[in-house]
Design a protein around this ligand. Structure first.
Ligand code: NAI
Length: 360
């Protein structure tokens, strides 16, 4: 990969490579932008096929987090930490502590947060060595970030239905929830409780069975049936990366609004196809910002009420996206990105005026 060209493409500020072979740690720490504040960075561990794939993941996810934070009206930038593979079990503590020490050297430009493949225990190891990590108390459960995220998705779905002329709410509408893990199961239950007809699929059969046992009102389907079923709203709550031309054809006419991160497939940019297929797409980083808002709530020691109130504003933010999209003839993805950039530019412009004492 031509690293400098990749950094310039999306204006990344910094990429730091962290290596400690003695404890089995290879990590990439990426800071996309810190105009609004320190970069919050999910820490994820994955078996990447090669270093390019890991770096690309870090670059893409950190840029998305900048957009997510800006759109969520919080004062943080976007970053990402990726570990190339899981550290060996016997050296896990040392590996995550080594990562913590490395994060500390960045001096607070990057704040680590939970992401896939990393446990609360791992974050605890990181926190032994650095003050710049968040998310442990979320695991410990003052409130559940998945519940915050599911509530935000619900707020977004209500706005989408209204946009499509269904002002009467969720009752009587049909929903397909793809992936019923921590967020999807809560969302499916809430939609059903509100009087919706809810179809679900999870490729983890045991999990799907458990969710239906707990909530017999949900209808389980196989993967293809779920996509083929006529619904008002398709709610992706599993893995992202699925939105491409063939998939959009299958989703024609529906609202797409769910928690999954990074829903657009890598390299797919023909967003005009959303409108061509009459799809009302609610951009993922607006809809699923509840996880980030939870992390910010913990960092800033905000009460639970603040977290849920801030999160409920997702509906209003999404409405702004739809309005800009209609007014300017943009896809909803472009409109959401433009609104996020606008906020960053507006806040950046504030420092043009000098405040006495600010340099001290
Ligand atoms: P989870 O790991 O608890 O559940 C995901 C479930 O989706 C699993 O049961 C998995 O088997 C299933 N799944 C994945 N891809 C699937 C597919 N194509 N078809 C059917 N089932 C599929 O994850 P969680 O926490 O519920 O998160 C769901 C999504 O939301 C992820 O993309 C995550 O990155 C995103 N997200 C979660 C947040 C949170 O607070 N938990 C916050 C923001 C985003």
């Amino acid at each position: 990969m031509e690293i400098f060209r990749s950094l310039e493409t999306a204006d990344h500020e910094q990429v730091a490579f962290c290596s400690n072979p003695g404890v089995g740690l290879r990590a990439i720490c990426c800071v996309h932008q810190t105009t609004l504040g320190p970069a919050i960075a999910g820490i994820r561990a994955r078996d990447y096929s090669d270093e390019d794939e890991a770096l690309t993941d870090a670059l893409v996810l950190s840029e998305q987090l900048t957009h997510k934070a800006a759109a969520a009206e919080v004062n943080y930038g976007g970053g990402q930490v990726v570990l190339l593979g899981q550290p060996p079990a016997q050296r896990r503590e040392a590996a995550f502590r080594a990562l913590g020490r490395f994060i500390q050297t960045l001096g607070g430009r990057l704040i680590g947060a939970p992401d896939v493949g990393v446990t609360a225990l791992d974050l605890g190891y990181v926190a032994t060595e650095t003050e710049y990590v968040a998310g442990r108390s979320l695991f410990a459960g003052s409130y559940d970030p998945s519940a915050v995220t599911a509530d935000g998705v619900l707020a977004a779905i209500e706005v989408c239905l209204e946009r499509r002329g269904h002002a009467t709410g969720l009752a009587g509408r049909r929903f397909a929830v793809q992936g019923v893990g921590a967020v999807g199961s809560l969302l499916a239950a809430a939609l059903s409780e509100a009087g919706g007809e809810v179809f679900i699929h999870d490729h983890n059969e045991a999990r799907q069975r458990r969710v239906v046992e707990t909530n017999p009102g949900l209808t389980p389907l196989d993967a293809e049936e779920l996509i083929a079923t006529e619904v008002d709203v398709f709610c992706p709550c599993g893995r992202g990366g699925f939105i491409d031309a063939p998939y959009l054809e299958k989703l024609a006419g529906r609202i797409v609004c769910g928690a999954a991160n990074a829903q657009v497939a890598p390299g797919f940019t023909d967003y005009a196809q959303l409108a061509e297929h009459d799809i009302l797409y609610a951009p993922d980083f607006i809809v699923n910002s509840g996880g980030l808002i939870s992390v910010v709530g913990e960092l800033e020691k905000r009460p639970e009420d603040w977290v849920f109130a801030m999160n409920r504003r997702i509906g209003e933010r999404l409405n702004n996206v739809f309005e800009l999209s209609e007014a300017e003839g943009l896809s909803t993805i472009e409109a959401a990105e433009r609104l996020a950039r606008r906020r960053i530019e507006a806040i950046a412009s504030l420092s043009h005026s000098f405040i006495p004492g600010e340099r001290d």
